[in-house]
Design a protein around this ligand. Sequence first.
Ligand code: A3P
Ligand code: MG
Ligand code: MG
Length: 380
Amino acid sequence: GDPSGDYKTDKRHRSTEEGQKALSAHRQLYERNFPLYKQPVEVGCFSLDSRRNFCNDQRQLRYYVQPTKSPDFNLRDGYTSRFVKRDDSVKEKLDHVLKWILANRDKIQTRVQTPSSSALGVDFVTWRGHLTKVLTTPYETHEGWMLAASKFRGTIYISEVETEAARVDQETRSERQAEMMYWGYKFEQYTCADDVDGAPNPGGVVNTNEAFCTVVQTRLADHKLLFSGEVDCRVKDRDAPPAPGCYVELKTSAEICTPKQRSNFHRYKLLKWWAQSFLPGVPQIVAGFRDHDGIVVSVETFPTSKISQLIKNEFNCWKPTVCMNFCNDFLSFVKSVVKDDDPRLVYLFTWDPHRDVTYTVHRDSQYTFLPEWYIKDMSS
Ligand code: A3P
Ligand code: MG
Ligand code: MG
């Protein structure tokens, strides 16, 4: 269908009572052929150090070390004594990605010097995590989202705004929930080495300020994308395919004991895992299954490309094509709305479960997210 077509007759596009455009997230509307999604190409990377400082290098890249057949990982170890937690009240918005762009402008510009109206040669700049949320929207029934969008020099930047519900969730988190958020990072420590010929050091400190991020370029239908995503580790093999083909996503999940648990794992967990890794082209996901006490009982590898076959036996299950078509149509919707090229103008797209995507417009507000240092440097 033509995304810029008639908003009144197209079932995906609607008008609100105020006469504004809206986009439906009904999954049935997105069951078309899989859209073109170009193989993502890594154009660079960056690291965030133990104090969350931006580093224009790969110092935080770690190497995957395959665990033994029956690993003895206790994910609770070190929670109270060897854990430095990132301050998530600091909203970083797109700042790290923007720093990478400023430091590597030549790399993007020489790569895509196509006749385009945008100075960067891309239509959208964002975090992978924001796109993951867009992809899973047609199947999400609990958590809504807010995405702020501003156009600057022909490129639309998309940055998340924390919802009221997410803030309440965070403030009312139980002690058990807080500890379980640590378990995923502890699993990373058990399975990653800092050096290619090193071994994991489970006795060390888990510091969630540290991160390694890939920056990839790709295209979804006619949307040229540049986004960054955190990468857990890479394989040691020096003959491995170039990034992102050598990257490995690490996950933990509750062990599966019943058919119901298996079905839930397929329906909910694998959707999120697939969306997160498919977007940047990360080919494998290593999952540690743990019991109630945080002991890893088994480790299993899921090739990202095999996940859609794995879930096909599940009745009424999610479909990758619905996720990608919705994302394509959402980005077309954003393009149709975000017309003014002005970094102080924010179009705030909001979605709540069982609702349409709608938007509001804000000038020089709390939502403005493109910093002065970025505007200034890019304009020089
Ligand atoms: P798990 O993936 O094992 O759940 P990521 O998997 O994206 O690399 O994230 C690493 C870990 O951060 C997660 O491990 C989890 O422990 C924690 N984490 C990330 N996002 C989270 C969220 N929205 N809620 C709770 N924990 C989260
Ligand atoms: Mg990670
Ligand atoms: Mg992970």
